[in-house]
Design a protein around this ligand. Sequence first.
Ligand code: NAD
Length: 322
Amino acid sequence: MSKQRVEELTKLLNQYNKEYYVLDKPSVSDREYDRLMQELIELEAQYPELKSSTSPTVRVGGAILEGFNKVQHEKPMLSLGNAFNEGDLRDFDARIRKVSPNISYVCELKIDGLAVTLHYRDGQFVKGATRGDGVVGEDISENLKTIQTIPLHIPYKDPLEVRGEVYMSKATLDKLNKQRAEKGEELFANPRNAAAGSLRQLDSRIAAKRELAMFCYAVPSAEELGCQTHDESLQKIEELGFNVNPNREVCDSIDGVLAYIEKWSTNRFDLPYEIDGIVIKVNQLNEQQKLGSTVKSPRWAIAYKFPAEEVETILKDIIFTV
Ligand code: NAD
């Protein structure tokens, strides 16, 4: 019975991954996907003998489209573990504090877009890529160059890699979907799929018209910039000209994190871009290293996912069907 359910869930999640990551056309909500993934994680924990080495629970979702050159990431681009309620967050905090009792957290908005990485040499943008399967991504440099918020020159000569999220604003997505509806074309289900579909165009003139933007949120070798905390690394790249989301906050305790989440659970509707949760990261870089990562996600960070917003979905359906 459990074996059969594990097989069913694996098949479904692999199908949904393909629709979401390869075709940019999901057929189920993220909430439904997360629910099935959670069920599989729990079944595999209960029956470890049923866990395969290629299970969707251990793989970073994603694939590489034909037509793009491949880029091997120097450090893997991982996914994030999920938290859905206060209990999950308190468990996360307890796990962290067993290893690193004196850390603080950085809370950031979880931008609903597509993770990309940018490479600079001698102060020039030289290459950018998608996350892909976490190890190998797609070279989308030409499309990234069309994004106004990505600096092409920076006042820093040493090699530098900066990661972040390319996204489409709510207003741009509405405008694009109205245009598509008028032409009888299929609508983008959400800003993530719109951003991904735009960035993975072989013709960069199409990406250029899509009014994409980027928030940067990670520096894989932040120590080389002389930083000791994640927060310092964000300040540093901001000084270099990268667009960093201003709504981040350093919190000393999990109660501070919970207050931040509560604030953004309502304030998010006033943002001009979509967020689908809050990312919580250990601030101290040496403690991040101590905590390490699994093959799928770092142990020093977690994504809190907002509950599904039915009212918003209904409103969107009305907007898009008129
Ligand atoms: P994730 O979206 O849960 O979290 C990791 C990603 O968050 C990062 O790769 C990055 O792109 C993004 N992110 C945004 N802001 C960030 C910030 N400030 N700091 C760090 N990262 C930030 O993980 P994932 O592996 O990209 O995607 C899995 C999720 O995608 C699932 O939980 C589900 O919600 C959705 N999904 C949906 C379907 C579907 O069919 N509906 C299929 C596959 C995946």
